[in-house]
Ligand binder design. Structure first.
Ligand SMILES: [Zn+2]
Length: 254
């Protein structure tokens, strides 16, 4: 899975989710003390396998139906499905997570990552659980996108992160667009790598494509073989021009 640091609800049948329920020892998620490991809590639903410390049990049980519901929406949007369970490790607090990732002085918006096929996320309380859900759905969207395109590593980051942030509902990212000094050219947009403008621009561009042309368009674009057609994005010139003009007008209002 693509390593990805992020800064960054209806219900299905709960009985259906409870059936594969199990509570047992799971892999060490944070503490080196074996007693603490014995307190770990593991829950498996239809598509997610979540491991947390025992004290996060209530919060985990609370978010599972929301994750399943959101997953089904993403799967129907992208007309693709997970083939394996999504493994999630939940951390109880931000400092603990920052220690695990070896970045003690990380800013507060670093709240999760995907590494070696496992999503790691901070879940502090009910109030902040929506952020954990966003992060898990973001990474789950990456996994579904991988199933769509075998050469997914070559998908331009603006599309790769755009579909993940849009499906995860991370619309607050757009607030950062008002600090843009200028709108990137189409070449710059499709060459964006990890930088602070990538996520807001990616969200905005993919939102524009989906709202104006529907999911069929984005599915078609995500399926392109970018490995052999690196500059194929020029076929999106017209869409880019309209989006850029709208964004410029919006930013000028501030
Ligand atoms: Zn991502």
């Amino acid at each position: 899975m693509n390593a990805c640091h992020l800064f960054l609800s209806g219900f299905m049948s709960f009985a259906m989710l409870m059936s594969p329920y199990s509570m047992h020892v799971c892999a060490d998620i944070s503490s080196k003390k074996s007693e603490a490991i014995m307190e770990n809590f593991k829950y498996q639903s239809e598509h997610f396998s979540i491991c947390s410390s025992e004290d996060k049990k209530e919060e985990v049980l609370e978010i599972i139906p929301k994750l399943e519901e959101k997953y089904r929406i993403v799967a129907s949007h992208l007309k693709n499905e997970l083939t394996d369970l999504v493994e999630v490790k939940v951390y109880s607090n931000l400092d603990e997570f920052h220690k695990v990732i070896g970045w003690i002085s990380a800013p507060d918006w670093v709240r999760g990552r995907a590494k070696d096929g496992v999503i790691e996320v901070v879940l502090e309380d009910y109030e902040t659980s929506s952020r954990a859900i966003e992060l898990i759905i973001h990474e789950t969207t990456h996994i579904i996108t991988q199933n769509m395109n075998l050469d997914w590593k070559y998908i331009p980051p603006v599309l790769w992160e755009g579909i993940a942030t849009y499906e995860a509902g991370q619309s607050n990212l757009k607030n950062n667009l008002h600090t843009l000094k200028e709108i990137p050219s189409i070449e710059e947009l499709f060459s964006l790598r990890q930088n602070k403008n990538l996520y807001p621009l990616a969200y905005s561009f993919v939102e524009f494509l989906i709202q104006n042309f529907g999911y069929e368009k984005i599915i078609e674009i995500l399926n392109i073989n970018y490995k052999d057609n690196e500059f194929d994005f020029f076929f999106l010139q017209n869409e880019y021009s309209t989006w850029a003009a709208l964004l410029r007008a919006e930013i000028d209002l501030f």
